[in-house]
Design a protein around this ligand. Structure first.
Ligand code: ADP
Ligand code: ZN
Length: 436
């Protein structure tokens, strides 16, 4: 049975949804035009006035906003309400080197919490669940978002934050956590510790809600198997609110974007042209209801595609495919586009776990790429494992996947540092771009 938090809006017929979006968009454009000088200037520059925006069909007339605009407007330039009406600040984790601060009114926080509540219920959560949140708390949105969602559902919330694996496992076993919320890389690290300590029989987990970083289907299977749970994906970004902008339902076939609050578009990142559904491009969001930090046509740099096909779960909101990486995550090595997720797929398909690092360098003006991956404990214990043979096999798989030669080093178990938040998989020593 499908579990909804707000069934009426989650299963609203698309015509009604679009009418609601149009009404909200018209209001939101007026709001930003009247209250944010940045938007007023940009719209005047683009020759668009609020009277030109009569519904979602006019969305394309508005100019885009980029991460650089947010940086230029730091900290208060995009505030849509007086500072005294804001009750919270959150900030990005700074993965791409540029921090962004986002402001929330109490109303904005309520919307965000509701979005996370929908995600928790879609993963089977109820009032009877014990929701174990080990996303980081503080400025990072992961902890506060899922915490707020869990409260709305009425579940017992464990605000663990990240790190201290011993304490995580103690609470998980003593208090019978049933839903685990954290980054997939930390879920994986917890799963390994549970296996090592023989605790699998003592945990009551049934589901996990994992996001904040890219992860592959192969990694999902590994986590599901190791923990004996169903692993759900959740997507979000601080600029748009935080986790819960989109979430997976039990069909696990893409994440439903919460379209009553956020309109997605897919654009060609080079030309800005809006692409038809089904094509891969950069995801752009327009916030319809947020008042304090209302971003319109914000370019996320995340690459993915949308599908408007009806979903088995009955939700009518569009689904986005798992982002394959950010446009700024993509490595260009020897002139070839390389996404870390492609490397992960090859490794996991050959029986390794997601304990790897990619090291890129430039030696004598030539790019080099090296992949370090740990053997699993079983491989290390098997006298028939030959490191060189493993390395050659991985290199062959990577050549087939990427079309370039990769140096591979297979390491002993536990030699690569485990991550408690977002994993740092890529070390690019080339310094081609100066970090800001
Ligand atoms: P930062 O940009 O510093 O990492 P955030 O913590 O707000 O800031 O992270 C948002 C970004 O994290 C998204 O734009 C996206 O690239 C990535 N992300 C979030 N959830 C997922 C997910 N489920 N799958 C892949 N990437 C994700
Ligand atoms: Zn669905």
């Amino acid at each position: 049975m499908t579990n909804y938090y707000q069934k009426e809006i989650e299963t609203i017929p698309r015509e009604e949804l679009e009418a609601l979006q149009s009404e909200r968009l018209v209001q939101q454009v007026k709001h930003v035009y009247e209250n944010v000088k940045f938007y007023r200037d940009r719209m005047i520059e683009a020759g668009v006035s609020p009277s030109d925006i009569n519904g979602i069909q006019d969305l394309h007339k508005l100019p885009f906003i980029t991460k650089d605009d947010l940086k230029d407007q730091y900290p208060y330039g995009l505030l849509g309400v007086p500072l005294k009406d804001c009750v919270r600040i959150q900030s990005t984790s700074g993965t791409t080197g540029k921090r962004v601060v986002a402001f929330y009114t109490q109303g904005d926080l309520d919307i965000w919490d509701e979005c996370c509540a929908r995600a928790i219920m879609a993963a089977g959560g109820t009032k009877k669940d014990v929701v174990h949140v080990c996303y980081g708390y503080g400025l990072f949105t992961g902890g506060p978002g899922l915490n707020g969602g869990s409260h709305k559902v009425g579940s017992l919330t464990l605000p663990m934050s990240s790190g201290n694996t011993d304490r995580q496992l103690q609470f998980m076993t003593d208090l019978g956590s049933t839903i685990l919320c954290c980054t997939p890389s930390y879920a994986f690290s917890l799963a390994e510790s549970i296996e090592e300590r023989g605790l699998k029989g003592k945990i009551k987990l049934k589901a996990g809600i994992f996001g904040a970083e890219p992860w592959t289907e192969e990694m999902r299977k590994d986590i599901e198997e190791l923990l004996g749970i169903k692993a759900y994906d959740i997507y979000g970004l601080t600029e748009i609110s935080g986790p819960g902008v989109a979430f997976e339902c039990e069909a696990q076939a893409g994440m439903h974007i919460q379209e009553d609050h956020f309109i997605p578009e897919i654009i060609n990142p080079k030309t800005g042209e809006v692409l038809p559904a089904g094509e891969v491009g950069e995801l752009v969001f327009t916030c319809l209801t947020k008042k304090a930090f209302p971003l319109l046509r914000y370019r996320t740099r995340d690459l993915c595609k949308l599908t408007y096909e009806p979903c088995k779960c009955g939700r009518t909101h569009v689904r986005m495919r798992k982002p394959m990486g950010r446009s700024d995550d993509m490595l260009i090595v020897k002139g070839v586009n390389v996404f870390p997720s492609q490397i992960e797929t090859v490794l996991i398909n050959q029986g390794y776990r997601a304990n790897y690092q990619i090291i890129v360098d430039r030696i004598n003006n030539r790019d080099t790429i090296e992949v370090h991956v740990e053997m699993t404990p079983e491989m290390a214990a098997d006298p028939n494992t030959y490191k060189e043979a493993c390395e050659a096999k991985i290199a062959k798989g990577l050549l087939a996947m990427l079309g370039i030669k990769v140096n591979v080093k297979v390491l002993k178990p536990k030699t690569i540092t485990r991550s408690e938040g977002k994993a740092k998989r890529v070390i690019d020593k080339r310094n081609l771009y100066t970090q800001q």
